[in-house]
Design a protein around this ligand. Structure first.
Ligand code: NIG
Ligand code: FE
Length: 418
């Protein structure tokens, strides 16, 4: 790729290892008039176009190289969307209208809407039908600049339908050139048939779902929705223990509706706590010392029409590593667009455009434990890049509501959208 006006490499800002925090979050490692050379899905050199043209290897092999002329535009690392729920069949339009009329997310869920109302269609659907839905979503995501996606199950909530959901994620991923990280979210909500006996359902998650998913290598992570109306901190610890026993890493939906004290969970070394609308001072101080990422999903606050957003400034200033993700799902955040999440982060959480870029790339990669391969444009990393029709990276969150991604490179495979 040559003739890049602004290349945001996101190469390390300091010698500090681990996810970006504090002022390092806005260091983008920008190179003007840049070029990136990739070979067989890997980045081999990054520098100015002038330097690239002087490269002896390139001089000899120019005719064999596919050149993408970026016309002076912006190139960023492909976005890492580290929190999505793509395995569902239908939008929840009734919930949407009820919320507009004044009902809250919690009230709709308690009345039989919410997550529970998405279960039947997924239980009935064939694996092929689910995989087709996911495949279409992955394609749309990459058209908006995303190259790595975390995909959760969680709308089946029986052993069979959770396995089917994860198989559908695997099947859809195999036809998409990007990278998918799968997560078992068997503990999304207690299904109706277990009303009043949530501990029985937790036992199924721990003793059946997790071992089977681990044995069949269908997921890398186990997630839990830990909140009022979902799973308690004690249940969450039990599920994390089972995940640990079976060699799966953990992450959780935390502090979306109410605060949960985080200290009991640090011993499981969670990759990420997501939402984090409600979080206490002591936990912020703990997170600042650890590599557990706080993944903020402002699309959910926007779509639920909430006035409050997570306090990103307080977290960043305290040194908590912050990532951004879409939380793509039918209930709270039906968007696939990382630029939209970034725009909301800027306007409603007062993150700077530079912080939003780092939170959507390198820190998303940390949240998925793939930062050795993803999240920055450096020699040796996977060739995941996105070209935007823009001269300045700040245009990415600025032009909200329209897609300005022109080309995406996923593991070296070029997809043009304009
Ligand atoms: O991240 N909070 C739990 N899960 C989703 C919502 C799922 C749904 O409503 O379908 C979230 O907001
Ligand atoms: Fe979510």
């Amino acid at each position: 790729m040559a003739n890049i006006g602004q290349l945001l490499t996101l190469r390390p800002a300091s010698a500090k290892a681990g996810p970006r925090r504090g002022t390092d979050l806005k260091e983008l490692g920008t190179i003007k008039d840049a070029a990136v050379l990739c070979m067989e899905g890997t980045i081999v050199s990054v520098g100015t176009t002038r330097d690239a043209l002087r490269d002896a290897w390139l001089k000899r092999n120019r005719s064999k190289v596919t050149e993408i002329d970026c016309s002076g535009n912006v190139v960023v690392p492909g976005f890492v969307d580290s929190h999505t729920h793509p395995v569902f069949m239908a939008p929840r339009l009734v919930d949407f209208e009820q919320r507009i009329e004044g009902a809250s997310y919690e009230a709709i869920a308690a009345a039989g809407g919410g997550i529970r109302s998405s279960l039947e269609a997924v239980r009935k659907a064939s694996k092929t039908a689910l995989a087709a839905k996911i495949a279409a979503v992955l394609l749309e995501m990459s058209a908006h600049g995303t190259t790595t996606v975390e995909a959760k199950s969680g709308y089946g909530l029986t052993i069979e339908s959770e396995l089917k959901s994860l198989e559908a994620i695997r099947d859809a991923s195999s036809g998409w050139p990007g990278t998918v990280v799968a997560t078992l979210l068997g503990a999304h909500v207690v299904p109706k048939e277990f009303d009043g006996r949530s501990q029985n359902y937790v036992e199924i998650v721990c003793n059946d779902m997790i071992p089977r998913v681990a044995r069949r290598k269908l997921a890398q992570f186990v997630d839990v929705f830990c909140d009022t109306g979902a799973f308690s901190p004690e249940e969450t610890s039990k599920i994390f223990e089972a995940a640990e026993t079976h060699g799966l890493s953990v992450r959780a939906h935390m502090g979306q509706l109410s605060e949960t004290v985080l200290s009991p969970f640090f011993r499981f070394q969670p990759a990420s706590f997501d939402h984090m609308d409600h979080v206490g001072e002591a936990d912020i101080a703990q997170l600042a010392k650890r590599d557990t990422v706080a993944t903020l999903v402002p699309g959910a606050n926007y779509f639920l029409g909430l006035k409050q957003y997570p306090d990103a400034r307080r977290m960043i200033e305290a040194g908590v590593p912050v990532a951004l993700a879409t939380d793509y799902n039918p209930g709270t955040s039906p968007t696939i667009s990382m630029p939209m999440a970034m725009s909301l982060a800027c306007t409603h959480m007062k993150m700077s455009p530079a912080e939003a870029v780092a939170a959507s790339t390198i820190n998303g990669a940390w949240a998925l434990r793939v930062a050795d391969r993803k999240g920055s444009i450096e020699p040796g990393k996977d060739a995941d890049l996105a070209v935007f029709s823009a001269k300045d990276y700040r245009e990415i969150p600025y032009w909200f509501g329209a897609n300005h991604c022109a080309t995406t490179v996923l593991n070296g495979v070029v997809a043009s959208h304009s």
